[in-house]
Design a protein around this ligand. Sequence first.
Ligand SMILES: CC(C)(COP(=O)(O)OP(=O)(O)OC[C@H]1O[C@@H](n2cnc3c(N)ncnc32)[C@H](O)[C@@H]1OP(=O)(O)O)[C@@H](O)C(=O)NCCC(=O)NCCS
Length: 380
Amino acid sequence: MDFEIFYGLNGVHFDKSKIASIDGLNGELIYRGYDIRELAIDATFEEVVYLLWYAELPKKAELEKFTADLRSRYKIPEGVIKVLRELPKDTHPMHAIRTGISALASFDKQADDLEMDNIHRIGSKLVAQFPAIVAAFYRIREGKEIIEPDETLSIAANFLYMFNGEKPSQAATHVMDTALILHAEHGSNASAFVCRATASSLTDVYSAVTAAMASLKGKLHGGANTAVMKALEEISSVAGVEDYVLKTLSMPGGRVMGFGHRVYKVLDPRAVILKKVSHNLAEESGDSKWFEMSVEMERVMDLEMDKKGKQIKPNVDFYSASVYRMLGFPGDMYTPIFAVARISGWMAHLYEQYANNRLMRPRLVYEGQRGLKFKAVSER
Ligand SMILES: CC(C)(COP(=O)(O)OP(=O)(O)OC[C@H]1O[C@@H](n2cnc3c(N)ncnc32)[C@H](O)[C@@H]1OP(=O)(O)O)[C@@H](O)C(=O)NCCC(=O)NCCS
């Protein structure tokens, strides 16, 4: 029998969703009806989390209540910090943070309760505590003292504070808010799909989110931003960019990280915004090297892809690399920062999935042998 196979589940719709819409031909991304181009500039991360979860922008009193609730959950259990301290300092941050997230389940007596109220409680807790886990692992591995969260600060400001140990400027907080908003949600990408598929067995939220973290780590997904920075660091000058791109593309299966997307066939709208942010940061800081190298890489890729008749444009991970660099983050922490934002989208997906669950159970077309007879090991 002939079966149609959709490699990489390309083009497969597995459910309906009201969370986000991606128009890959027009370069448009919408969260619950709102264009991210507006949200990224005018909203705070907390407002966007509320929007993703409750399908409308919060009124003043609702936002105050929501924010206060999140802030009351900022502090992570001592036991999780102990787990992080036990890990070798050179552990890949995504392994460490995934372990920390998984460990949170052990300190939650209601981890397995799948009542919707409890799922929401865990969602708020995870959005509140992801930043603290990322910052704690970073500071532990650097041999620095862990900074306690500050409940007077927003998620973006508190994250920068716990990471660097200094209260951030308003400008830095605004950039962080923008980056978090742009990374918050993106439809049924690999990690969101994994999150929903994991939850579909009616396992708990922590397990689903831990699985999503595992998926995000890969360089074809959230790991790309770290890979972009690694490439820029290796190249280290604008003059070296063209050679690097040509050499990479000449290798069998060679890919330039931070370019290409399954859905966008034009420029990723998130990349457009992050390019502007990167440009602004370069001008303000006087350190334009990373931005200029990125622009040069985009130019060379455009030329090379035009020659091949392909539409391979920068994606969200490309300009976020130079933005994070100019905010002072080390390259291997970029994917964890992506997770600090994306936990909000994963939770929105989990609310939908648990509310209308069906076990995900696709099929494979078997092409192996049949009819073989078992022989004892001595006869093989
Ligand atoms: C994101 C990505 C996995 C999407 O892949 P996909 O939809 O499965 O597309 P494919 O891997 O089938 O690629 C289609 C074609 O474009 C090429 N291509 C895709 N991304 C490319 C890149 N970054 N550099 C060079 N060529 C690329 C492929 O080589 C392929 O060419 P071919 O048809 O001649 O074999 C892919 O673009 C990629 O690997 N990008 C780099 C990693 C990255 O930045 N990931 C973050 C995504 S937000």
